[in-house]
Structures are given as structure tokens and as C-alpha cells.
Design a protein around this ligand. Structure first.
Ligand code: URA
Length: 237
């Protein structure tokens, strides 16, 4: 395995940061400083250190969050060769997969793991984990429309459960309005269909929170590993 991949998947730092560190002389293999990312290592026998600290063998399970840009499919493989979210985590082991999905044009917080139990818990409807979205919609929905969204609206897959819907700001010409929406269901295209049902189609959609995990300032297209405490908190929801 490539040195930077081994170090990055152990959760120490992003691959980008690790590569930079290796070039700066922070990486050693069997006590010898290796300045070239890409150096092959034997995961069974080599002893690796980074920034003076031993790198532990690969964790059994990986947990990470990606800030998904629009234009990437949430799927492991696309027969038509279109960009998928896997391209954005391409340096990580093939065993990881996205937990749930975001639409092609939806941005924001997407989790990945190779822990089936973790994915199952997060996706199971009975857990009703809250998710927060920022939605930019066409026009300026009135109080009645907002009330309908809060109480639940009819979409093709059924009636949506009550949701928290907060108007954040309306553009001066009322061409668009930004909302914060909190839902705990995972119906297909739910937020888009909710706003469509009240006559205000979504222009842009971004997920910013799952349970107590927030996207924060993670750069678009970048990922980071979750801390053990973050994984634990999600499992306890
Ligand atoms: N709701 C949507 O409409 N799209 C998503 O990707 C997620 C929630």
C-alpha cells in the first residue's frame, strides 16, 4: 500500500496533509525517513511513524464525512461513467460506501463507512435521526405555505411527518427565499418534493447536520475522518 494512504486511513490526517508532511520529512518507514509519497509499504511487516508518532495498523472500520458538491451521484459505481461521490474519496479503501444518499444536485454532509452496523442504525427509520438542510427556494412562500410544510404535505410517496421549517431570508426582489428545514424521515427527494408541493421549487439544497454531527467548515469536495466520540454519539441516537 502507498505510504500516504496507510497513514491517512489510520485517521491521523487527510491524505493531502499527509503527503505534504511526507515531503517535509515527517514520515518514516522502519526508522528511515521517506520523502516521497507513493513509497510502497508492506502493511504486515513495516513499521511506520508520522510526525514522530507510530502509526497504528489500519482501523477495522472507517467513518468519515464528505462535503458533497452538486453534480456527483451518490452511488458506488455508475455504468455510464458519470462522476460519483466515490471519486472524491478515491484514495481510501474500496470497502467504504455512502450511508444513505443525497440527490445529484444536493450538496453537503454525506457519511461514509465500511461498518454495516453503523450504516444500518443510521438509516433505520425507527431511529428518526434529525437532519438539517438549507434550502433556497423560488419565490417568497407565505405563512400558509410554511404552516403546511410544518404540518406535513402530500408527496408521491405519502404524507410527510411534521417538520421544523424556519425562514432565514428572502431576497429583496422576492425571487428566492432561504430556509432551514429539519426532518427525520428519508423519503426520496423529500425536501425538494415538500417545497414543490407548496408551489416553491428548490433552487439549491445543502445538508448541514445529521444528529449531532455538523458539516462545519469542511471545504466543498473535502472529507474528514470522524472522531471516535462522534461515531459513538451517532450510534447512541
Ligand atoms: N431531500 C431532497 O430532496 N434531496 C436530498 O438529497 C436530500 C433530502
Amino acid at each position: 500500500m502507498r505510504l500516504e494512504k496507510y497513514i491517512a486511513t489510520s485517521g491521523i490526517a487527510s491524505r493531502r496533509a499527509v503527503k505534504k508532511g511526507i515531503r517535509a520529512g515527517l514520515g518514516t518507514v522502519n526508522g528511515e525517513t521517506i520523502f516521497v509519497p507513493g513509497h510502497p509499504i508492506d502493511v504486515e511487516t513495516d513499521t511506520v511513524a508520522f510526525d514522530g508518532k507510530p502509526v497504528e495498523p489500519l482501523m477495522e472500520h472507517l467513518y468519515l464525512m464528505l462535503n458533497k458538491p452538486a453534480g456527483y451521484l451518490t452511488t458506488r459505481r455508475d455504468e455510464r461513467g458519470r462522476p460519483t461521490v466515490m471519486h472524491l474519496v478515491g484514495d481510501l479503501p474500496d470497502s467504504i460506501y455512502p450511508v444513505g444518499r443525497l440527490d445529484l444536485e444536493t450538496e453537503g454532509l454525506l457519511l461514509f463507512t465500511n461498518d454495516g452496523n453503523f450504516a444500518y442504525r443510521l438509516l433505520h427509520p425507527s431511529h428518526e435521526i434529525e437532519k438539517t438542510y438549507l434550502a433556497w427556494v423560488k419565490g417568497g412562500p407565505n405563512g400558509t405555505a410554511i404552516q403546511q410544510l410544518r404540518q406535513g404535505v402530500r408527496i408521491p410517496s405519502g404524507k410527510t411527518a411534521p417538520a421544523k421549517v424556519k425562514r432565514l431570508k428572502t431576497s429583496r426582489d422576492e425571487a428566492s427565499t432561504q430556509f432551514e428545514v429539519v426532518i427525520h424521515e428519508g423519503k426520496k427527494r423529500q425536501v425538494r418534493l415538500m417545497f414543490k408541493a407548496v408551489g416553491h421549487p428548490v433552487i439549491r439544497l445543502k445538508r448541514t447536520r445529521i444528529g449531532n454531527l455538523r458539516l462545519g467548515s469542511l471545504r466543498q469536495g473535502a472529507y474528514r475522518f470522524l472522531a471516535a466520540s462522534e461515531v459513538k454519539a451517532l450510534m447512541e441516537l
